[in-house]
Design a protein around this ligand. Structure first.
Ligand code: NAD
Length: 481
């Protein structure tokens, strides 16, 4: 531990209103429902009162989206739609600092992540899909939009998940009703202001805030043609059941329990950086987090020693401080889940090691932690902790690594660290994961598809593949063979 001068980003750039309504048909409206509070997880300060959309409010939003779809958006040329997407992308860049500060305040993530990762990738997504809007005939998925998309997103990357959902939907000619998570609604509401600023036709984007009941009203609304959900596997399964038998198109981006596999020929210092990035980036609130470290037995001691040394230099604290590496846990509820599952790790006989540091007295905090002596049967090796907690397992041969990595109900991502290109290719072929990173981790790019196998969901977001979710794919008979 060493002393350093704090360098907090000013929050003066954001104007947080005492209360927020729903964004329906291009305007902020009060809604019929009740309201809920959104809190700064680093301080427990109540930031604002936010409207909770009722079934009737959701119905209004879906009607507005349908009107905008039939009268304006689906009739507009792709080139015209692209202009709006480019405009939104540019405004996101211009207001990037404001978005980043607000995201860190409402979510608890370090400003250097919201500023250097989330917001730039959000803008990149809008730029990328703006480029597709007038080229859909080359997509391979047809060029006919579906209609109204109902989209429900989680709290870990509030603005980024919004971009992953809204950018391809609009590019393909759909209109949307989106619900942000109940603990992180503020950047979605700022995005609504950006839609106004971009003169997006009313009703093309509607943002309704609320919790699970509001989400349920969106996905089960009979006039929604497409459901796009990112969140927990449990809720994903409930949604799949709710829409079964309807003709709604569905994509589900769910949980994960990624293996980050380190072979003995890997450059150890780089691998240690990748392990740290894999599990402590965004406090481990990452669906594709490298939460299971599989390290080859011959280098396990060395990797763990260097990992602990590196973890001891992580700076934890005020998310708005530009020095901060690890911010606050997003909510008291999530903190409780992390604590509970970690205690299960203790009870199962794994050995806990955590960074020695003073945690702030207010807010929700959990120190970067590793568990060694973990076996595959342990719950901390099987269940998603969704926090800064790493489970360490060892292996001797590549086949054992593959067997252990694939021994999970999830299949979202994996990492491989080795000096051998041939081993990377063979591992990538054998790992049942939607994304396999080699000698890097947590790299996101709008051109690259992302999504899972098994209980991690189905459908892809990003890249050309991401268009499929928002287009009526021509039947094989009608398509060019
Ligand atoms: P969650 O499933 O509790 O909530 C996600 C969203 O669904 C929230 O907006 C919530 O209000 C809403 N919701 C809750 N119940 C609902 C219902 N019955 N019907 C419709 N909507 C409902 O998940 P969370 O705790 O917010 O997010 C964490 C989870 O998200 C983790 O499991 C993580 O792995 C996953 N995630 C996956 C990806 C991915 O791309 N695969 C990305 C980010 C997060």
């Amino acid at each position: 531990m060493f002393e350093y001068a704090p360098a907090p980003e000013s929050r003066a750039i954001v104007d947080i209103k005492p209360s927020y309504g729903l964004f329906i048909n291009g305007e902020f409206v009060d809604g019929n429902g009740t309201s809920f509070k959104t809190v700064n997880p680093a301080t427990e300060e109540v930031l604002a009162e936010v409207a909770e959309a009722s079934d009737a409010d959701v119905d209004e939003a879906v009607k507005a989206a349908r009107r905008a779809y039939t009268r304006v958006w689906s009739r507009m040329s792709g080139a015209e739609r692209a202009k709006y997407l480019y405009r939104i992308a540019r405004i996101i860049q211009e207001r990037g600092r404001e978005l980043a500060v607000l995201e860190s305040i409402d979510n608890g993530k370090p400003i250097k992540e919201s500023r250097d990762v989330d917001v730039p990738i959000v803008a990149a997504h809008f730029f990328y899909y703006a480029g597709w809007a007038d080229k859909l005939k080359y997509s391979g998925y047809g060029e006919t939009p579906l209609g109204v998309a109902g989209q429900v997103i989680p709290w870990n990357f509030p603005l980024l998940m919004l971009a992953w959902k809204i950018a391809p939907a609009l590019a393909c000619g759909n209109t949307v009703v989106l619900k942000p998570a109940e603990t992180t609604p503020l950047t979605a509401l700022l995005f609504a202001e950006i839609c106004q600023q971009a003169d997006l036709p009313p009703g093309v984007v509607n943002i309704v805030t609320g919790a699970g009941e509001t989400g349920r009203a969106i996905v089960s609304h009979p006039d929604v043609d497409k459901v796009a959900f990112t969140g927990s596997t449990e809720v994903g399964k409930a949604i799949a059941r709710a829409v079964a038998g309807s003709d709604k198109k569905v994509t589900l981006e769910l949980g994960g329990k990624a293996a980050n596999i380190v072979f003995d020929d890997a450059p150890i210092d780089q691998a240690v950086e990748g392990i740290v990035d894999g599990i402590f980036f965004n406090q481990g609130h990452v669906c594709c987090a490298g939460s299971r470290l599989l390290v080859q037995e011959s280098v396990a001691d060395e990797v763990l020693e260097r990992l602990k040394r590196r973890m001891s230099t992580l700076r934890m604290g005020d998310p708005l401080d530009k020095n901060t590496d690890v911010g606050a846990i997003n909510s008291g509820e999530q903190l409780m889940r992390i604590r509970e599952l970690s205690e299960v790790g203790d009870a199962e006989g794994a050995e806990r090691w955590e960074v020695a540091c003073d945690l702030p007295t207010k807010g929700y905090w959990f120190p970067p932690t590793i568990f060694t002596g973990v076996s595959q049967a342990h719950r901390i090796a099987r269940e998603e902790i969704f926090g800064p907690v790493l489970s360490v397992l060892t292996f001797r041969t590549p086949s054992e690594a593959v067997e252990k990595a694939n021994n999970t109900p999830f299949g979202l991502s994996a990492g491989v660290w080795t000096d051998k290109g041939s081993r990377i290719l063979s591992m990538a072929n054998r790992l049942r994961a939607g994304v396999v990173w080699a000698n890097t981790f947590n790299k996101f790019d709008p051109t690259s598809p992302f999504g899972g196998y098994k209980e991690s969901g189905y459908g892809r977001e990003g890249g050309r593949h991401g268009l499929e979710a928002y287009l009526k794919t021509p039947s094989l008979k009608g398509a060019d063979a």
